[in-house]
Design a protein around this ligand. Sequence first.
Ligand code: COA
Length: 372
Amino acid sequence: MIQPAITGSGVFTPEQVITNDELVVAFNAYADRINADNAEAIAAGKMDPVPHSSADFILSASGIEQRFVMDKDGVLDPDRMFPSLAPRDDDSPSIMAEMAVDAITKALAQAGRDPSEVDLVICAASNHERAYPAIAVEIQKLIGAGGFAFDMNVACSSATFGIQAAADMVRSGSVTCAIVVNPEICSAHLEWRDRDCHFIFGDVATAVVIEPEAQANGAHFTIHGTRCATEFSNNIRNNNGFLRRTHDQMEDRRDMQFMQNGRKVFKEVLPMVSAHILGHLDDAGWEADSLKRLWLHQANKTMNDFIGRKVLGRTPEPGEQPNILQDYANTSSAGSIIAFSKYSDDMQAGDRGVICSFGAGYSVGSVLVERA
Ligand code: COA
């Protein structure tokens, strides 16, 4: 059996930022316009006015201070509230592939690998720009990789499920240099006109390189184990799909974008995730005390604080459970990998950590790693 390792990681961060204040100004302008357009119905009690959003609420409910996006103007235009990302012709790289190539280039540089050595690309994300050909196959061509490539989607857990798939293939010897890349354009499947969730998401792409440990070029993380679990729930759902007809016909269907029952998610996912991590650690014979770091999915600060406390049995020390949520918001599958990529350089040989993601499905995935 071949021992797999994470030998490199990289993050593509979009150039444009939306602060909570900017977001709330746009949302409130939209709300005022809707309320003015429907003044009669509201006065007659036939319609509720759209209430204003608040930057203070957003920060205290989520821990989010800002988010990076691929297009700020479209999102902040009260008459649009949706990114303006023009469709590209078939001979131009797709937007997801372009973001992915940037993150992969950084990850391969860290691993000291040439793109031509890559023989597997998994594009694991919560939404894909088209049905086929797979974005991963386009990425494979753009970077000049060999082997094969495929897309997968397990919503927010896509990265860890992708890591398990890649690590298993490295372990069995069917691939020798795998990329798991997570380009997330969450801004295009978020309903920016919904006050309950308009602040949640941001855009980003992350990538990791997974290889046999024996061929690692430098410092790396041994993958000691991966574990994935799913349990069906409708509490996070997006009904958009190939049975949708034209955009015009379905424009007003709220269920064609991200929907959640946030309170239920909060209540149901927390015990599932903490039990999952503790069970994985236990089966691996790892004491929670021996963990130097938790790189958790970044959905909500309170949720992460709770999981950290439950797993470690105490409040995590600063740095033990790094949050990037305040800067990036929830970036779906990429969140735990941003945290890993930005907060792992200081780990010493023998230091252990857990990468864990969770979300729609429900789904939860954990990866036990040790710095080598
Ligand atoms: N601005 C101001 N007030 C707002 C608001 C906004 N943007 N959005 C909601 N509120 C208000 C509500 O109207 C409600 O007011 P009320 O008590 O007078 O009725 C109050 O704030 C609480 O709303 P609620 O939706 O119950 O907030 P919450 O404390 O549950 O926090 C989430 C909302 C989404 C942040 C929280 O439920 C959560 O993080 N859930 C898990 C999300 C998650 O991880 N999803 C996974 C996605 S991958």
